[in-house]
Design a protein around this ligand. Sequence first.
Ligand SMILES: Nc1ncnc2c1ncn2[C@@H]1O[C@H](COP(=O)(O)OP(=O)(O)OP(=O)(O)O)[C@@H](O)[C@H]1O
Length: 326
Amino acid sequence: MPNRTTIEFSGLSKTFGAVAAVSDLTFSVEPGVVTGFLGPNGAGKTTSLRMLLGLVRPTSGSATFGGTAYRDLERPLATVGTALEASSFHPGRTARKHLAVYAAAAGIPSTRVDAVLALAGMQTYADRRVGGFSLGMRQRLGLASALLGDPGVLVLDEPTNGLDPEGIRWMRGFLRDRAAEGRTVLVSSHVLSEVQQSVDQVVIISRGRAVYQGSLDALDSDSAVRVDAADRRGLAAALAVAGFDVRPTDDALVVSGATAEEVGKLALLAGIPLNLLVAERAGLEDAFLSLVTPAPDPAQGSAGAPPPGYPEPTPVPPTTSSEVTP
Ligand SMILES: Nc1ncnc2c1ncn2[C@@H]1O[C@H](COP(=O)(O)OP(=O)(O)OP(=O)(O)O)[C@@H](O)[C@H]1O
């Protein structure tokens, strides 16, 4: 079993000339869960991950694996596996050959090749030439490569990019399985819907700054639960007595601001068998967009106000900062 390692970003900043690509990023990524690193194009995700992996030097701050910078890791491939972008593979090599060459160069036992082919679900096309691979197959080969050193941490940049729904579904299972093994899994994406069922925790960045960190459940303040029972009237009464905001629709009850677990427990205690219990997250996309939507142009006279139709963004809780407040 790989070591459990926490990724720590601390006051991480990077400027390119006049562009503040990443500003004072501070958060931790824990083992055993999948953490989404979300933000629109240009938000600073790739620059942050490249700093974490020692490919870009921070202007200030640090990004480490349990306190150790990437360049100081004793066994980097056994610590972190990465797939930063759709890698270019030698088109004439088979997937198996590609992995064998990579393993040999890195001093990794060749027995790992079959193990990672299986983990990436690639056995059936392991002996096909990579030149004929679909994007999804290439993504899997990238993941297999990342796993060769059996690392405790996986850092994946936009792993669902370009995948079809079946590929996205497979990726969801893959990420969850790796986290369940105790690995630390950090996955970037600019499309919330592609990762929202894969991730447990999220860090959202906008214009280089963290604007939210926490669970998706907490982000979706508009969460609602659709619930129904043969005894709908009794269920509605029990929910109302317990203080829930309950509203009847044509075919169910909608409970606002509650989790499915809370509603399910209440029905159990009230002795009312349910025939429907669905958590709805209609508000999640809106909440995400409200956090990452650029501030309006001050010249338009509405500086600081969210655009019409968007709720006020929830500010990220204060974190330790390298700046000294006067
Ligand atoms: N080498 C560079 N030189 C100058 N500016 C850069 C460089 N790399 C990134 N930037 C700028 O830094 C900002 C953040 O870019 P970055 O690629 O990290 O964002 P991203 O969130 O990964 O976006 P995407 O989803 O499009 O990959 C952008 O404004 C980008 O133009």
